[in-house]
Design a protein around this ligand. Structure first.
Ligand code: NAP
Length: 476
């Protein structure tokens, strides 16, 4: 089987060029990696036609058969993990270890949902009044539009495609325009795994707004699953409202990281390095604000700076580097601006290490003496910057941690597990990481409260975002 071209549209099982193309760049070197097909609205809608036409047969495919195709996708992606990792590094800029970690995480969604495909449980019971039997079935929701961001080009795609296919739905994936190449590689894997034509389509475009609006207005589309910023999520919810399209939203975060009184500073820094630095800080789950008990704040701040000074900054293609490039110079400049604003608002900036001049690199920084409520505590940083707020009173720390419109994840590091659990339960977020720097797991429900989103991905819940319950009232 010839290697499919990496830069065309994947519609109805065929690779299709487009009359226009847009460049995808390597942010570490600022070189062009590929000129990718730029779908316009009519072309994008042919993907809806393909998904619509493929739906009846895929929905009727026995769950075990769907499961086996997903399992093959897991096997192929596992075997080809190095190619996926290389592509993530080249288009996103992240460090090799981060990309390899993402590939492993992304691949696992195919295995997890291959297992879930055959276990969609319903309900069957006698009504309390005794007049009928209540039968609850689950049906695939239909044609799904999946929209993903640039920060996890593989994992955000598989976290949606795998449950959609397991549920019997068909899909159109629109990856971020900065990182479409990984999504196209995944399309090729799914094709080789035996996914029938039209069941998964990948449409790359520089006209996300126009195309998505047209898809959501199309009566053949039943589901929107979006991962990205809260601002775009809000706009898409408005668009989905016109036709009451079911919407799952994985949106922005502003994760608090609490270090409680009595915590060992080295342990807290070890956990903080993971929570802050995974993916170079460009994660919706990244620790965004550190609330540290006043008795530990100075020691924590210097130990964190020392740990950050040890990391190597440079292109992800060189596997020794721990921190790669940001996805673009625009993103890098936004982070640098936030640091300048924090300094103007009273923070003491301790920069750790030096970033290469060329490419979208930025050196990490620890910001000491930050006041809660200043700009950096209210903004998703999305980079390797750690603002530290000292607190005296635990209740005050909990109040500050929850004082945000976001509610994706919180981190609590405590002197004892009991302390950390007690405080963790008070966090107003969909996920709480207790004494550890990462919570994401394909087997666990990922998602947020407040303006961090609607619904859950992964775990037992993930497949239900793509299923419609149907209740049958059966006369006795
Ligand atoms: P973004 O700007 O919201 O873009 C996300 C996706 O939406 C991209 O594919 C983008 O396409 C598309 N898009 C942009 N404007 C659109 C519009 N008007 N209509 C339809 N689609 C549109 O987010 P990002 O900068 O890529 O990603 C960073 C954000 O994602 C952060 O806020 C982060 O917290 C969030 N995120 C959340 C999770 C989670 O699970 N909760 C996970 C990862 C990231 P283009 O690329 O063509 O603009």
């Amino acid at each position: 089987m010839p290697t499919p071209p990496l830069s065309d549209l994947f519609i109805n099982g065929t690779w299709q060029p487009a009359s226009e193309r847009f460049d995808v760049r390597d942010p570490a070197t600022d070189t062009v990696l590929a000129a990718v097909a730029d779908a316009d609205v009519p072309t994008g809608l042919t993907a809806v036609t393909a998904a619509h036409d493929a739906l009846p047969a895929w929905a009727a495919t026995p769950p075990r058969e769907r499961a086996e195709i997903l399992r093959r996708a897991w096997e192929i992606m596992t075997a080809e993990s190095a190619a996926i990792t290389r592509t993530i590094v080249s288009e996103n800029g992240k460090a090799w270890a981060d990309a390899a970690g993402e590939t492993a995480y992304a691949t696992e969604f195919f295995r997890w949902f291959s297992e879930e495909a055959a276990r969609i449980a319903g309900d069957f019971r006698r009504a309390p009044a005794g007049d009928k039997t209540i039968v609850l079935d689950h049906r695939p929701i239909g044609v799904c539009v999946l929209i993903t961001p640039w920060n996890f080009p593989a994992a955000m795609a598989t976290r949606k495609i795998a449950p959609a296919l397991a549920a019997g739905c068909t899909a159109i994936l629109k990856p971020a325009s900065e990182t479409p190449l990984t999504a196209l590689l995944i399309a090729g894997i799914l094709q080789r795994a035996g996914v029938p034509d039209g069941v998964v389509n990948v449409v790359t475009t520089s006209r996300a707004g126009e195309l998505t609006k047209a898809m959501l207005a199309d009566e053949r589309v039943h589901k929107l699953s979006f991962t990205g910023s809260t601002a775009v999520g809000r706009l898409l919810l408005h668009e989905a409202a016109d036709r009451i399209v079911s919407a799952s939203m994985e949106l922005g975060g502003n994760a608090p990281f609490l270090v409680l009184e009595g915590t060992d500073v080295d342990t807290a820094v070890e956990v903080a390095m993971v929570a802050k630095m995974r993916n170079g800080g460009a994660a919706c789950t990244a620790a965004n604000r550190f609330y540290v008990h006043a008795s530990l704040a100075a020691a924590f701040s210097s130990a964190l700076t020392r740990a950050l000074e040890k990391i190597r900054i440079g292109p992800g293609s060189d596997r020794v580097n721990d921190l790669g490039a940001m996805v673009s110079t625009v993103e890098r400049d936004k982070i640098a601006d936030l640091v300048r604003t924090a300094e103007a608002e009273g923070a003491v900036v301790n920069t750790a290490g030096e970033a290469p001049d060329r490419g979208a690199f930025i050196a990490p920084a620890v910001l000491a003496g930050v006041a809660h409520g200043t700009t950096i505590t209210r903004t998703e940083v999305f980079g390797p910057v750690a603002p530290i707020v000292a607190f005296e009173d635990e209740a005050d720390a909990v109040r500050m941690a929850n004082d945000t419109e976001y509610g994706l994840i919180s981190y609590v590091v405590g002197g004892t597990v009991e302390d950390a659990m007690r405080v963790g339960r008070q966090m107003d977020s969909g996920m709480v990481a207790i004494n550890r720097g990462v919570a994401s797991d394909p087997a666990a429900p990922f998602g947020g409260t407040k303006q961090s989103g609607l619904g859950r991905e992964g775990g037992f819940h993930g497949i239900h975002e793509f299923l419609e319950p149907q209740y049958l009232a059966v006369g006795l």
